[in-house]
Design a protein around this ligand. Sequence first.
Ligand code: DGY
Length: 345
Amino acid sequence: MIRSGIILFSLFVSATQAEAPINMTRPKVLISNPSVPAAALELLKEKCDLIVSPSDEKNSILNLVEGVEAIFWATHVKLDNEIIEKAGAQLKLIASMSAGYNHVDLKELKKRGIKLSNTPGVLSNAVADIAMLLALGTSRRLTEGRFHIERGTWGADTNNTQWMLGTDLEGSTVGIVGLGGIGQAIAKRLKGFDVARILYTGHREKSEGASLGAQFVDLDVLTKESDFIFLSAPLTNETMNMCNGTFFSKMRRTAILINVSRGQLVDQAALIGALKEGQIFAVGLDVMVPEPLPIDSELLKLPNVVLTPHLGSATVNTRNAMAQLTAKNILLALEGEELLTPVKF
Ligand code: DGY
């Protein structure tokens, strides 16, 4: 499509003898964040004119978006009607450099026939690594241990053989909510820790579940029987606040919750209550509400909470792979070809 556009444009130029810059036919692409890895920009530069927003703030994006054919979306800012409207009718694709796409107004895209791509798969291992970090950190009381060192309370009790005992992954029952790419990568890692059972829940039983030796159960069974619960399902109307007071009351008092999905899956006030009352043993969160978490949040004060600041996909290789996949989707959309990782909605 782009190539034929260039040919048509060349014919037009020779027919009219007009002097026009050759790059007038190059599609414009907005890069919503100046920190997008260079490898992706290199891919795009060959065929597109890039407009790089100096910041990922909405206003900066709004100022530059008019007339672009694709937007490389690398920010958690909401992609709403205002931005889509300002871009104009030529907008073909939103390419989000993320697996999750809850920040995108899908209804608006559908109405206007604009495509959406995301970057599943390439980040599964990195996110699963963070999930394991949180599982180990919570089960071995990482924050509490750190508090003891910082507060000078690491002392006499060390001789008590019962001091700071954690729980084991070995022999445990683990529940995974959402056995997609990330959930499967978590299950693979768990097998190396000799867990006794892997349960999972979701919309349907999956063939990958059987190959991982994981058992499909309903949410209720998973909640009641798991020693560790991993949340790796996308944020939807169905999963929003799924971990609420009722959910925590069903969990074992010795159980641990890990969330690497989106903070909104958890009713945070109910979670803080459950942690304080000892209704559950601990929580490990890579995602929370809001992000960034205010520094006076109660979550930072509790000893049975391990937090990371939404670092799931934050490794050099993973971010490069995500950026390159995003760029490839843009090039394909501009050529009128099938996307590598389209979001179906
Ligand atoms: C994603 O891509 O959706 C992840 O949350 C990034 O860490």
